[in-house]
Each structure stands twice: as structure tokens, then as C-alpha cells.
Design a binder for this molecule. Structure first.
Ligand code: G6P
Length: 459
């Protein structure tokens, strides 16, 4: 490529996905906070987004979409198995989420991880303008900062980890722990969702690498800023969708469909074992069993977006969730009336916000989550300042959303009690909490997050 970019974003997925239309294949902007947060920054100046187009062995030329230049990087079928499903999602993902599923450590995954990181770093080095900025996202690319630093010492390099960074006792299991830490130390700014993540990283670097310093670190004569940058959502977008008459009509239709006198409990997640979908369904079953709620009083809606379906642990979670839903519906349902409605698919934003508007209680129960944006989306959509957010203590969001009803998802009795408390919370208490939650999210949107990170990087 001839013309160079002042800003380069590196993430596993491109901000667009392929769609088949009548006239052939095209690209559509993907939904999601990261894409909307970056768009204003990238559209202002020459910029490139480097990422995988989502299919195997597909080699595509760079192209422009919505004012952003996209540079698709091919991954072979083997690389998808070893780099993406293997090292990224069966080693790092479980390890970084409290090892709630046993991480697998395979040398035949590590090598492709390193090679794919080298490929992305090489492309970033080719497209970045002199003294340009490269912002690398997430656990798939923890070696890219140091490789890129060697290739292009002139660049400003930022890295942001979207998922939790684990404590020493867990991270120390990783056979390639030093390489991983030194990989990240190639950046000028290493950002985490929470202070705890930043502290874990700094502590591990002091233990396993040659850094000096306490909070920020010095490594090979360079200063590395280590800090928490809690990510957020586009508050106004959710608020205005919630004000849209068409979306409000959808919400009313959902309520009618589910039963006007039934309180609606909602869960929306990627189908992932970190999210605690199984535990919340069990807790709802206990509420029914103990008759603290009945089929007539309430209904549970679970939307589970298909995810990483070729990985065994994801398949067994889906089986377990579907078994639980079937068992509870079989026990407590009647003909024409089910206690749990379960959708295994993604929904367009208008439908999702319609559901947020219809839901009296939003249940967010991950065993561990870097942030959890669904919790924030629910709050932003609650324009009438009512509704209850039941939120796991082990999400990044719980650090900010103190006014939520917080819960330890490992404690089924506690979760059941909290669900009951949520279903019976007074309107005054609901709005006291919801007002505080809304203020917090309104004051730190995804745009503030992106700007704060950029300021730290260009300081
Ligand atoms: C998490 C990760 C993202 C990832 C997303 C969807 O939010 O932090 O990097 O893109 O899950 O997962 P997928 O494997 O489908 O990209």
C-alpha cells in the first residue's frame, strides 16, 4: 500500500462483516461499541483498520467502507483452529476468566499464535505513517506491541485488553508467561478495564521481567504507562433508540406476547460459559420451585447469541443451557405458557432495546467479565428511570455500577434471593438506584473512553 495511515487499529475482527445481497457480496458495519467509538477518530484522518474478515483462507484487497480503510488479513483453516479457537479461546480466554474452564496449554497452538501476531505486526508496520499511532486490541494480539516496536521504533503504540487480566497465581501457569508480558511491554500505554487488572499486570512484570518502577514501568530504557480505562457504550444511541416510537411499540408487543401481568426477567449474552447463563436459569427454577414466583407472576427471557460454536466447551454449555430450559419448562409450564423463553440467535438493536424496555429485571451474572456492556445498555435504555439491574460482583461494570443489586453468582441461594428482591423492589427504590446508574454511564461514554486512551497515548 502506498499511502500511509496516521492511525492504525489492530483487532481480531474487522469493523465490518460480509453480507450476501442480490447483486453479490458486500460489507456492512458491524454493531458494537468499539466500532462506533473509533469511527469519529478514524474518519478525521488517514487511517487503517487491520483485522480478520471472519472466513477461512480468504485473501482480500484493502477496501474502504464508511470512511474507514479496512485491511483484511487472511487466516488459514489451521490458523483458525490453532490461533483463534485454540490459543486465543481455549488457552487465554479461560485462563484470564478465573480458569472457570481448564485452560489447555499446547505448543502447537503457541507457534501459530506467534506467527499470526507477527503477520499482523508486519502489516501494521507497513501501513503506519512515520510517527503514527497504532492501537492494538485484545488478547489475540499480546505479542504485536513488541514485534511492532522492533520493526518501527518511531511509532506510538497502545494496547487495550478488553477482558480481565488475571492474578499472579493463575497467570503463572502460562508456559509462555514471560514472552506474553514482554510482548505487551512493547507498547507505550497498556490499558485494562479495571485497576485490579492493571495492578496484576504490573506485579507480574516485576516478578517475571526486567522492569523497574511500581505503578508505571520502565522497560529497556522506555516508559510504559499502565492504567485502567473502563470501556463504556454510546449512551445517547441507546437512549434515543428507547425514545423511538417504533421501538416502544416493539416493547409493548413483547409485553402483550409474554403476558401483560407477568413481570419480565431478561438475560442477554453471548453463549459463553463465563456469563453464568446456566446459574441464573437454575436460580429462576428455584424461585418457581419455592413458589416465590409463579408462571402467572413472571417470565424469564434469555437471549443467547451464538458464539465460538466449534469449541467443545461452548457446545457443552449450549447443551446444558438447553437441558435446563427444557427441564424447567417441562416441570413448571402449561400448554401455551412457558416460564422460560429462550432464543439462540442475535437480535437487531431495535429488538434488543425493545426487550430492555419491556424487562422489569435485567439479570447479568457472569462468573468473570472484563466489563459487561449489556448491563450498561439496559441502564441507558431505561428512560423512565425504573427497572432493576441484578449484576455480578465479578464484572468490570460492578466497580462503577454500585447502585445495581449486586450478587455473587457462585452462590445460588444468594442469587435466588436477590432475584426475588429484584422482582419485588418498590418503584421508589428502583428509580433511586436507576437514576444513579444512568448518571454514571452518561458521564463516561465509549467516546470518553476512546479520547482518554488517545490522550494518554499522545501525551
Ligand atoms: C469478547 C472479546 C472480543 C471478541 C468478542 C466476540 O468481547 O473481548 O475481542 O471479539 O468477545 O468474540 P469472537 O470470538 O466472536 O470475536
Amino acid at each position: 500500500m502506498s499511502d500511509k495511515s496516521e492511525i492504525v487499529i489492530v483487532s481480531n475482527r474487522l469493523p465490518v462483516h460480509r453480507v450476501e445481497r442480490d447483486g453479490g457480496a458486500g460489507w456492512e458495519t458491524s454493531p458494537g461499541g468499539l466500532v462506533s467509538a473509533m469511527t469519529p477518530i478514524l474518519q478525521d484522518r488517514p487511517s487503517t483498520w487491520i483485522g480478520w474478515a471472519g472466513a477461512a483462507d480468504c485473501s482480500l484487497e484493502p477496501f474502504e467502507h464508511d470512511g474507514i480503510r479496512n485491511c483484511p488479513v487472511p487466516l488459514s483453516t489451521e490458523e483458525i483452529a490453532n490461533f483463534y479457537e485454540g490459543f486465543s479461546n481455549s488457552t487465554l480466554w479461560p485462563l484470564y476468566h478465573d480458569a472457570i474452564r481448564t485452560p489447555s496449554y499446547h505448543r502447537h497452538w503457541w507457534r501459530p499464535y506467534r506467527e499470526v501476531n507477527e503477520r499482523f505486526a508486519t502489516i501494521a508496520a507497513e501501513v503506519a505513517a512515520p510517527n503514527g499511532i497504532v492501537w492494538i486490541h485484545d488478547y489475540h494480539f499480546q505479542l504485536v506491541p513488541s514485534i511492532l516496536r522492533t520493526l518501527r521504533p518511531d511509532l506510538k503504540i497502545g494496547f487495550f485488553l478488553h477482558i480481565p487480566f488475571p492474578p499472579e497465581e493463575l497467570f503463572a501457569q502460562l508456559p509462555w508467561r514471560r514472552e506474553m508480558l514482554e510482548g505487551l511491554l512493547g507498547a507505550d500505554v497498556v490499558g485494562f478495564q479495571t485497576k485490579i487488572g492493571a495492578q496484576n499486570f504490573a506485579r507480574l512484570c516485576r516478578r517475571y521481567t526486567e522492569v523497574t518502577g511500581t505503578r508505571d514501568l520502565d522497560f529497556k530504557g522506555r516508559h510504559v504507562t499502565i492504567r485502567a480505562f473502563p470501556i463504556s457504550i454510546d449512551f445517547d444511541r441507546y437512549e434515543s433508540l428507547a425514545r423511538d416510537p417504533a421501538v416502544q411499540q416493539r416493547a409493548e408487543a413483547f409485553k402483550r406476547q409474554l403476558g401483560v401481568n407477568r413481570r419480565i426477567v431478561l438475560g442477554v449474552d453471548r453463549m459463553d460459559y463465563t456469563k453464568g447463563i446456566d446459574i441464573r436459569i437454575k436460580a429462576y427454577g428455584e424461585l418457581l420451585r419455592s413458589k416465590r414466583t409463579t408462571l402467572q407472576d413472571s417470565v424469564f427471557v434469555q437471549v443467547a447469541v451464538p458464539s465460538r460454536e466449534r469449541v467443545d466447551e461452548y457446545q457443552s454449555l449450549r447443551d446444558e443451557v438447553e437441558r435446563l430450559v427444557g427441564a424447567i419448562n417441562g416441570t413448571f409450564g402449561e400448554l401455551g405458557m412457558a416460564p422460560i423463553h429462550y432464543l439462540h440467535r442475535s437480535l437487531p438493536a431495535e429488538e434488543l432495546v425493545g426487550l430492555y424496555l419491556a424487562a422489569d429485571v435485567m439479570v447479568v451474572t457472569p462468573f468473570r467479565d472484563g466489563m459487561n456492556l449489556v448491563a450498561k445498555e439496559y441502564v441507558a435504555s431505561r428512560i423512565d428511570e425504573d427497572g432493576v439491574l441484578l449484576l455480578s460482583e465479578f464484572t468490570g461494570s460492578a466497580h462503577e455500577l454500585k447502585a445495581a443489586l449486586q450478587v455473587n453468582p457462585h452462590d445460588v441461594d444468594g442469587l435466588t434471593n436477590r432475584m426475588y428482591a429484584a422482582l419485588t423492589m418498590s418503584p421508589t427504590e428502583q428509580s433511586r438506584r436507576m437514576r444513579r446508574l444512568r448518571r454514571i454511564i452518561r458521564e463516561n461514554t465509549v467516546y470518553d473512553w476512546a479520547n482518554t486512551f488517545f490522550e494518554a497515548l499522545t501525551a
